[in-house]
Design a protein around this ligand. Structure first.
Ligand SMILES: Cc1cc2nc3c(=O)[nH]c(=O)nc-3n(C[C@H](O)[C@H](O)[C@H](O)COP(=O)(O)OP(=O)(O)OC[C@H]3O[C@@H](n4cnc5c(N)ncnc54)[C@H](O)[C@@H]3O)c2cc1C
Length: 416
């Protein structure tokens, strides 16, 4: 196994985790990212799971207080701003750019190649050749597709497979702590806050701020607001820019029309607790992401594998995208290390472990998102649970998640 090299397509969280974990078992790994500059500017809050923290430790990245903000209380606010529920929770909220920066800093710069748009690959018994849009060809022993939900690697391997739109979008916003009015900051900033407008789900919580600061006064507030949106009418309109061009099912955030932004802020004032609406309104450019899930029937294809969101996407309710990326990468490294020279056996083991885990995680996300998806059905066709959300069930599923993921991991090992 000595001297093997993995070509990793996609330089985000999955790609970097795969590079570190493969390097930890003695492989060489080179990451190819299509963006010309590094991705540090991406701003989104990320909830983390204990299993993710364990894998970071394995690659010598301590998950200390600079990595995230601990949140110990969960509340639910009603439309008038009253607290209808308050209970303890234990969550650590990090920021995408903080995790990305920690992973990137520890990778030798020559192993992270920007401005490398992967186009296709060829393989034979000896290995793989990745071919890039500038015509360059790079030879390796294994190709790792870590290029996200719209993966080009997967497109070549499973051209028929498309992500499923879940029937709702997530509006997202990050607001500097200093921009949150003092009274509201004292009332809700440190808490994990739910608002439950009919048919929707609004979440707010503190995350590291600009430059990934976790000190009080320098943090940020992250909002994720799930709203059912008809694909044929609502989503098409939201994805149409000011020139009238429709961008399909997702639009780059800077192109979201001003009137769409004004409208969502007015809707926040009408539907969610005033404290939450006031914070949301302070965001200059909230943006939205349509929610998809994706289930690959296969993740190993000779010397090419899929990993992270390229392989499976669970709806974000499970808050486990980066955890799954880490588990995929550690499963791949462990399987290859255990199999020694028998690369095929190692890859087969990776597929057995992570295929069942990915499927189970997607199912968990669908279960948590079922109420939101059902809102596109005519009212008379909805079941009792789809018409009336039980608050205990929403919070119960949220709180039980880490335990459920632990059970899925245990189940994954039992399958092998
Ligand atoms: C609304 C929302 C909320 C979320 N909240 C959470 C959360 O709280 N906790 C959590 O753990 N996860 C969350 N996630 C999911 C999480 O962000 C991802 O699962 C995780 O970051 C892993 O992504 P990835 O690295 O596999 O793919 P991506 O981050 O999509 O990265 C793919 C990379 O591949 C590159 N690429 C694509 N095509 C090519 C090509 N042809 N050539 C070269 N490079 C290419 C892209 O530029 C990109 O950098 C959320 C997702 C959404 C949509």
């Amino acid at each position: 196994m000595h001297g093997r090299c993995a070509l990793i397509i996609g330089g985000s969280i999955s790609g970097l985790l795969a590079a570190h974990l493969l390097r930890s078992i003695g492989w060489d790994a080179i990451v190819f990212e299509r963006n010309a500059t590094n991705l540090t500017g991406r701003g989104a809050g990320i909830s983390t799971q204990i299993q993710f923290v364990d894998i970071l430790r394995r690659i010598d990245i301590p998950f200390d207080d600079s990595m995230g903000i601990h949140v110990g209380t969960l509340i639910c606010l009603d439309r008038s701003g009253g607290i209808v529920r308050k209970e303890p929770t234990a969550r650590t909220m990090s920021a995408w750019s903080r995790l990305y920066g920690a992973l990137l800093d520890r990778l030798p710069t020559e192993k992270y190649r920007l401005d490398m748009q992967f186009e296709r690959f060829e393989q034979n018994d000896d290995g793989v050749t990745a071919i890039f849009s500038d015509g360059s060809r790079v030879r390796g022993d294994l190709l790792v597709g870590a290029d996200g939900v719209r993966s080009c690697v997967r497109e070549q391997l499973l051209p028929q497979l498309q992500p499923n739109y879940a029937g709702y979008i997530a509006w997202r916003a990050m607001i500097d702590e200093s921009a949150v009015p003092e009274k509201i900051r004292a009332e809700v900033f440190d808490l994990y806050t739910f608002c439950l407008p009919e048919g929707e789900l609004f979440l707010g919580y503190p995350v590291p701020g600009r430059n990934n600061e976790t000190k009080i006064g320098h943090r940020a507030y992250n909002i994720v607001w799930y709203r059912p949106t008809d694909p044929a009418t609502g989503l098409v309109d939201l994805c149409t820019d000011a020139t009238g061009r429709c961008h399909g099912t997702a639009i780059p955030p800077p192109l979201i029309r001003d009137e769409v932004i004004a409208d969502i802020k007015a809707t926040a004032r009408a539907l969610v607790a005033p404290q939450a609406a006031k914070i949301f309104e302070r965001s200059a450019r909230p943006f939205f992401q349509p929610i998809f899930d994706l289930e690959s029937p296969q993740i190993v294809f000779g010397r090419a594998v899929l990993l992270g969101d390229a392989a499976f996407v669970a709806r974000p309710h499970v808050g486990a995208g980066v955890t799954k990326a880490a588990l995929d990468a550690s499963s791949l490294a462990d399987a290859l290390s255990t199999a020694g020279d028998d690369l095929d056996a190692g890859l087969a083991r990776y597929q057995r472990e992570q295929l069942s885990f990915g499927r189970a995680l997607v199912a968990l996300g669908r279960e948590e998102g079922a109420y939101l998806s059902a809102q596109l059905k005519p009212r008379e066709q909805r079941t009792g649970e789809e018409l009336h959300r039980d608050f205990d069930r929403v919070v119960g599923m949220h709180n039980a998640r880490t335990g459920k993921i632990q059970q899925l991991i245990a189940g994954r090992r039992a399958d092998v």
